[in-house]
Design a binder for this molecule. Structure first.
Ligand code: HPA
Length: 246
């Protein structure tokens, strides 16, 4: 049974050299997943792939059915998830194009279904989330980057915002004061839900732009897409290397 899944984000909707065996539609108690789940292999190493914004990138961050996605992967036997995410850089070293493996999260989202236990709760369901990312999987990501000669930053706090709009300059200033190194819209509740089901979860975060107010002028999608076109090629190499060496 396949144990590793990749959740792709903006700029990563497929992987090079992936041999596709089929697509699985999974019925979950929480509704529909973002898309059918791709089942495949890379040089013989099996892997599942799910684009979190849907096949044609039509699902906004706050509308993603995170519970269905994580539940479905779990029901297919997945034990480890690599989440690829485009983010805005806040800390000085998080320039556009940089790839980081965050080690902490601050959740600024609201109104999202963020627990499997909302309707059937007991005290055991207060999961520990002191270290939100799986340390071993993080190290595997960093090692994969090293093997491909791609420099990556080890650590940093991921601030999860609601979206779909980008942040104001004042919001980013506050997030910087809070200690956020980067900002994205999908890291939560994805990471928390994976932990609720005891799945290892780590993020490969790709800086798409300087966060609001940290560069001259406004943030354009054209500039983000330009940066992601280049940087996601590296993210794909890192993820492929991790799959091959799992
Ligand atoms: N903010 C939030 N999410 C993002 C950004 C950003 O600046 N860039 C890419 N995803």
């Amino acid at each position: 049974m396949t144990a590793l899944a990749i959740i792709g984000g903006t700029g990563l909707s497929e992987l090079d050299d992936l041999v596709i065996h089929g697509y699985k539609q999974v019925d979950t108690p929480f509704g529909k997943t973002s898309s059918d789940i791709l089942i495949g292999d890379l040089a013989g190493q099996s892997v599942l792939f799910l684009p979190r914004h849907g096949q044609n990138h039509t699902i906004a961050p706050h509308k993603i059915n995170y519970r269905a996605n994580i539940w479905a992967l779990h029901s297919l036997g997945v034990t480890s998830i690599i989440a690829v995410a485009a983010v805005g850089g806040i800390r000085d070293d998080m320039a556009p194009g940089v790839i980081a493996v965050p080690d902490q999260i601050i959740d600024y989202t609201y109104g999202r279904e963020h627990s499997f236990f909302s309707d059937d709760f007991c005290s055991d369901n207060h999961i520990d989330f002191t270290y939100p990312y799986d340390q071993h999987l993080r190290q595997q990501l960093l090692a994969a980057g090293k093997q491909r000669n791609i420099s990556m930053i080890d650590g940093g706090t991921y601030g999860a915002t609601q979206g779909p709009r980008l942040e104001t300059a004042a919001e980013i200033k506050r997030m910087a004061q809070d200690g956020c190194a980067m900002v994205g819209m999908t890291g939560m509740p994805e990471a928390g839900l994976a932990r609720e089901l005891n799945m290892a979860y780590a993020t490969c975060a790709v800086m798409a732009n300087w966060a609001a107010g940290l560069s001259d002028g406004i943030i354009t999608m054209a500039a983000i897409e330009h940066t992601l076109n280049l940087a996601m090629k590296q993210a794909k190499q890192i993820v492929s290397q991790l799959i091959l060496t799992q």
